[in-house]
Write a protein that binds this ligand. Structure first.
Ligand code: GLA
Ligand code: GLA
Length: 682
């Protein structure tokens, strides 16, 4: 189909194409290799040379225009999109599809000069100014009007363009605004939510420190230290406002584009300035920007971040940006080892990505990011990494058909919740208690044993999972309680980690001990929590090991709740007390782990969890340091192996499998460091 579109494009004049779109859809392969390209930074005469080099690297798409507002609308209402149409046609001649970015992350100077109310106010009360990016106020109506207008112009012009395959709204939502108008909108939002001040005052316990409000206009913005109810509501307002900020553009784009042009925004992994489940829900697919920054790739943590992103909409996602070797924004911008850029891309695919896009193709000759890694140098010729990315392009073309229609299918879910992360981070109590590290301490052994793990919200459908683990689920909303209880009662196996079930949706302490409303189901409760300054021994059915950072003393309230682990000699309070308990509930179970366990003990705990849930380890005989990813669907099962060891590893497979990258079928695979095999299991 794509070839037909290209052939026609050569004979039809450009104007005809723009007005009378072709009734063909571009072919988009199942695995897409991309680059961030900025045609507005270069003379049109240069484009063909760049696109030729991209085509030779098997690049399938470019993302363009996400910072090009001053080129697309050089003065108010003066829309100039012909250059972009030319760039799209030029890409098409090289069989390269286009993702269009709306430019709202970079307002032009004329806009913020004429409408200063569109500029954001920092948390210290100062107005941002022109000269960098993201200086806009995400809740300002005028800014939204102007952002929607340029998005509309783009969508009208390119919504039926056969070579446009998708849209990115804005770029990396990050900075909220703290101005007077923002505060008024926050107060109005609170008014709509709580209805009366009496209700708000009661739910936030504002009698504390005479915080009681007599007027909605008295309510301040706090983003770091303040009433926990106020803090949590501010973050929820920030999230809702990013959602409506996005919807403002999304609606006008959707009104004009064909549904095959799918819409996303590029998110940032564990970044927590807003609730990603709230903001994702209106998008067609999720995407994120995957940067290692300094050091080398940790395939497990990076894999978990892919799983997190896949969990936003519970389907395949894209890596919208990743580093071509190195970045410019870290204190130490080392390059990734030779071979590991390709391995990193396969890590993404293994965890359910459909695309990997390099930021950026070529550095602007001036501008803030001159030192960032690229695929071609300032002279316009390939840098050494180019051939590695080219090999990846060849890989994607070979492996695409095998991976088409597949995704990651997991029996195990780890729950992730923004309310809980915020609530803990505002009051860590032990500065080393990091909710993401806590999640990773469960994820890592579960990934090692089960291979595929989903990371989803606490209100996601859970019935497909045999095992659900909720590390540090500090805030339990009524929806989450209902979801978790129903899961256990239907035969599911739920494991709660430390600090779970302490607070409600207002960040208010439950008037029951942890895990709050789930304590009666557990038949146990947390008698007290302790921030640790020493190491405490813990032992039981998972062997023995140390606990550090945090420990909770459990008390059993039901005769059928069993102790799994017990604290040894410690601060006196914990001596001999339960450190992990479990209770059967019909065919299901609920377990609470009150101690932070070290890696070997956590591995045994994870092994127990699998067994309790009727699961057996998947592909247990693969050597350590070889990353294992599985994708299935459409009657296919694909195994992706990547060797992160510094030397060769030979892997014995359960049966002979064809490596779609080499065409070789064998029951053993030998991989060098960063070597990848993509194997058909059936
Ligand atoms: C001080 C204050 C109290 C309370 C305690 C907490 O003593 O007077 O209101 O904040 O600290 O330790
Ligand atoms: C982010 C941005 C890009 C670029 C890269 C550099 O991901 O979205 O515009 O600044 O960082 O690493």
């Amino acid at each position: 189909m794509k070839r037909l579109a290209i052939a026609l494009a050569l004979v039809l004049p450009l104007a005809t194409l723009a007005q009378a779109p072709l009734p063909v859809e571009p072919r988009t392969p199942p695995l897409l290799l991309g680059a961030a390209w900025y045609p507005e930074q270069w003379p049109e005469s240069r484009w063909d040379a760049d696109l030729t080099l991209m085509e030779q690297a098997h690049i399938h798409f470019v993302r363009v225009s996400e910072f090009a507002w001053s080129t697309m609308e050089p003065s108010e209402g003066n829309f100039q999109l012909d250059w972009l149409a030319h760039a799209i046609r030029a890409a098409e001649r090289h069989h390269i599809a286009v993702v269009l970015g709306t430019p709202s992350a970079a307002p032009p100077a004329w806009l913020t000069t004429k409408y200063p109310e569109t500029l954001r106010t920092n948390s210290n009360g100062q107005k941002d100014g022109h000269g960098n990016r993201q200086q806009f106020d995400w809740s300002d109506p005028k800014y939204r009007e102007l952002a929607a207008r340029i998005a509309t112009k783009m969508a009208e012009r390119f919504g039926h363009d056969p070579n446009v395959i998708g849209w990115q709204i804005d770029n990396e939502y990050a900075n909220e605004s703290y101005g007077d108008a923002d505060r008024t909108r926050f107060q109005d939002w609170l008014h709509a939510k709580y209805k009366t001040l009496d209700n708000l005052n009661a739910r936030w316990t504002t009698a504390y420190w005479s915080e009681t409000y007599q007027d909605w206009r008295q309510i301040p913005i706090e983003n770091n230290y303040g009433n926990p109810g106020l803090l949590l509501n501010w973050r929820q307002f920030v999230s809702d406002t990013w959602r409506s900020y996005q919807k403002n553009q999304l609606d006008v784009i959707r009104a004009h584009v064909e549904p095959r042009q799918r819409i996303t925004t590029n998110m940032m992994g564990w970044f927590d300035a807003y609730d990603h489940y709230t903001v994702s829900q209106d998008l067609d697919f999720a995407s994120w920007d995957d940067y290692v920054g300094s050091g080398q790739l940790d395939p497990i943590r990076n894999g978990a971040t892919h799983d997190l992103t896949r969990g936003f909409l519970r389907k395949n996602f894209w890596v919208m940006e990743t580093q071509p070797g190195f970045v410019n924004w870290h204190s130490d911008n080392n390059i990734l080892n030779k071979g590991s850029v390709r391995a990193m891309a396969w890590n993404a695919i293994g965890h359910g990505s459909e695309a990997v896009e390099y930021w950026q193709w070529r550095s602007a000759l001036n501008g803030q990011e001159q030192y960032h890694g690229t695929l071609v140098g300032a002279d316009g010729t390939p840098v050494p990494l180019y051939t590695e990315v080219q090999q990846l392009g060849v890989d994607f073309d070979k492996a695409g058909p095998a991976l088409a229609g597949t995704t990651v299918q997991s029996d195990v879910a780890v729950l992730q919740d923004y309310n809980s992360r915020w609530a803990i981070n505002w009051q860590r109590h032990n500065r080393d208690f990091d909710p993401v590290n806590s999640l990773m301490s469960y994820y890592k052994p579960l990934h090692q044993l089960a291979r595929s793990v989903d990371i989803v919200s606490d209100i996601a459908p859970l019935s497909r999972y045999k095992l659900v683990v909720a590390p540090a689920l500090n805030v339990l909303t009524p929806e989450a309680i209902t979801n978790l209880e129903a899961y256990v009662r239907a035969g599911g196996h739920l494991v709660l980690g430390q600090r779970s079930g302490m607070k409600d949706e207002d960040n208010t302490l439950y008037p029951q001990r942890q895990p709050g409303p789930l304590a009666s189901l557990l038949g146990a409760r947390v008698e007290e929590f302790y921030a640790l300054d020493t190491t405490i021994p813990v032992s039981g059915v998972w062997g023995s090991g140390p606990t550090t950072i945090w420990a909770e003393q459990l008390g059993i309230t039901s005769p059928d709740t069993k102790t799994l682990m017990t604290y040894g000699k410690s601060n006196g309070w914990l001596d001999g007390q339960p450190a992990a308990v479990t209770r059967q509930v019909g065919k299901g179970s609920i377990t609470y782990i009150a101690a932070s366990l070290d890696e070997p003990t956590m591995l045994k705990a994870a092994s127990w969890m699998l067994k309790e849930s009727g699961l057996t380890p998947t592909l247990p005989n693969i050597p350590e340091g070889v990353d294992v990813a599985l994708r299935s669907g459409d009657g296919k099962q694909i195994l992706i192996l990547t060797n992160y060891n510094p030397d060769l590893r030979t892997i014995t497979l359960p049966n002979a499998m064809e490596d779609v990258l080499t065409g070789i079928k064998s029951s053993t695979v030998t991989l060098p460091q960063y070597g990848v095999a993509v194997l058909r299991m059936n």
